[in-house]
Design a protein around this ligand. Structure first.
Ligand SMILES: [Mg+2]
Length: 205
């Protein structure tokens, strides 16, 4: 089971592009993509201070960013190497699903653009953070999978929590929204820097 934003889709680059485009309108400093890596360890509060965005403008900015991300979901680039890995896993008859806090529509648009629709049995999403764990549990039930045969692959610390909530092992990928160091603190079952390693993990299950 895969998370979507930051795991399959390079939403981080898209997010940086959108926020930087809105920077003049909302009165904050744009962030060069090269500096993003260094910001990954910051808390929301520190990020806000770094950007210089006026606090009162944050709710409106978040609404705009969310709407634009949704609007452009079909055109977000995949994370480098991931379409090939997904196709390889699917060709090896691994059963794949997407579980996201984004909307299933956004994921479906992305999958269609990159001809990955047929690789996934199901796409579930929406709702709050807590629901992600429940969606994982429901996905296992739906496809009659044992928790011990499945993993949840995600790019954030909260994905590790969601996996553990559902009793499945957590694979953390380091090319998304959270830093390698932040993920390592949570001691995921696998910490993966290269999409290729996912093939070895899948064949180990
Ligand atoms: Mg993610």
């Amino acid at each position: 089971m895969f998370d979507f934003d930051g795991t399959l889709a390079d939403s981080l680059s898209a997010l940086v592009a959108i926020t930087n485009r809105l920077a003049p309108e909302f009165g904050f400093r744009p962030t060069p993509l090269a500096e993003v890596e260094a910001l990954k360890g910051l808390t929301a509060r520190q990020l806000i201070r770094h950007s210089g965005i006026p606090i009162l403008k944050i709710p409106a900015l978040l609404r705009r960013v969310r709407a634009e991300l949704h609007q452009y979901s079909a055109t977000i680039a995949p994370c480098a190497g991931m379409p090939e890995i997904i196709r390889a896993l699917s060709a090896q008859d691994h059963r794949l699903a997407v579980i996201t806090s984004n909307t299933p529509e956004a994921v479906q648009a992305f999958l269609a653009t990159h001809q990955l629709t047929d690789c996934f049995l199901s796409v579930d999403g929406g709702g709050t953070l807590f629901r992600k764990g429940k969606l994982i549990a429901r996905c296992l039930e739906q496809h009659q999978l044992a928790a011990s045969d499945a993993v949840y692959v995600g790019d954030e610390v909260r994905d590790i929590d969601a996996a553990r909530f559902a009793g499945v092992r957590a694979v953390s990928v380091t090319w998304g929204f959270n830093s390698r160091a932040a993920l390592a603190t949570m001691d995921p079952d696998w910490l993966v820097d290269e999409p290729n390693r996912l093939l070895a993990i899948a064949n180990q299950l």
